[in-house]
Design a protein around this ligand. Sequence first.
Ligand SMILES: NC(=O)c1ccc[n+]([C@@H]2O[C@H](COP(=O)([O-])OP(=O)(O)OC[C@H]3O[C@@H](n4cnc5c(N)ncnc54)[C@H](OP(=O)(O)O)[C@@H]3O)[C@@H](O)[C@H]2O)c1
Length: 327
Amino acid sequence: MDERVIGRSGQRASVVGLGTWQLGADWGDVDDKEALSVLEAAVESGVTFFDTADVYGDGRSEQTIAAFLRERPELDIFVATKMGRRVDQIPENYVLDNFRAWNDRSRRNLGVDRLDLVQLHCPPTPVYSTDEVFDALDTLVEEERIAHYGVSVETCAEALTAIARPGVASVQIILNAFRMKPLLEVLPAAQEAGVGIIARVPLASGLLSGKYTKDTVFPANDHRTYNRHGESFDQGETFSGVDYASGVEAAVEFAALAPQGVTPAQLALRWIIQQPGVTTVIPGARSPEQARANAAAAALPELSGDTLTAIRELYDRRIKDQVENRW
Ligand SMILES: NC(=O)c1ccc[n+]([C@@H]2O[C@H](COP(=O)([O-])OP(=O)(O)OC[C@H]3O[C@@H](n4cnc5c(N)ncnc54)[C@H](OP(=O)(O)O)[C@@H]3O)[C@@H](O)[C@H]2O)c1
């Protein structure tokens, strides 16, 4: 699979990576064997980049990755983790001592001395403007706890503030066919500054696969049930912030745009891969089949101008007004 440089880190990532929130919690029940088989299917398909977080299953996602990589020492996988959501998200918590403790826990969970990339996990907005936070992150690099740091943001404005920080290697942001605002300023600014872009929630939590109907019922312990209106965390993380019923209708139209032999989910991924400035797209997968199908999107031909125009028109007509004023 093609690889791209992760911004200022200088390291490389497959253009399709793997999101591993699903291997922790919040997407219904997780089976350990199935989780390992998702990781296996991804790497066998050429994936070399995993995205995880200390909070996914309260460490379970990180530990599963560690267990998998222990069995496969020959692999060279870049593991990006995140920190900061196991405590209250108040600016006072984003200090060096906490960072050290959070890093040390992730190092233990992942079984490594030095973490490849640690991202601030959607901190409060003022954190991006606090010099001491970035001084502390530089200290973690000096102490060799982490090799690189980045941020995972909610809004385009936060992304732009973070890109201006010289030590930020990467910005993780929601970008998909139902979330296009980052194309305007964030991707060009990241490209200009040499900052990597990690595109998350690429399938709008599965909506863009076109497989759900208005009657689909998600498990009680799935955020698509309990966070649909932002009850537990930012609403934008669930279905990309798109109202479910209208999202299902728009997804039907989106699916009809898929070229012959391409699934709607693959169309959604391919669309992201070819946006200038994107480093890697990190679909989450609940099964080895999904992981394989997602990785295969990397080898699909470029989408035609007509298809790109139709995707844009659909977004402008059905989605834009729902999301652009918030994120
Ligand atoms: N704040 C943050 O930093 C943050 C927030 C959210 C996500 N993330 C990261 O981004 C990653 C990706 O985002 P996400 O997992 O929230 O959303 P996503 O990738 O847009 O959607 C994942 C869901 O899409 C469905 N799916 C996946 N592959 C499919 C395929 N080939 N065909 C049909 N359906 C498919 C599955 O749903 P079913 O379960 O219904 O099959 C899967 O659970 C996460 O795993 C996590 O690593 C980070």
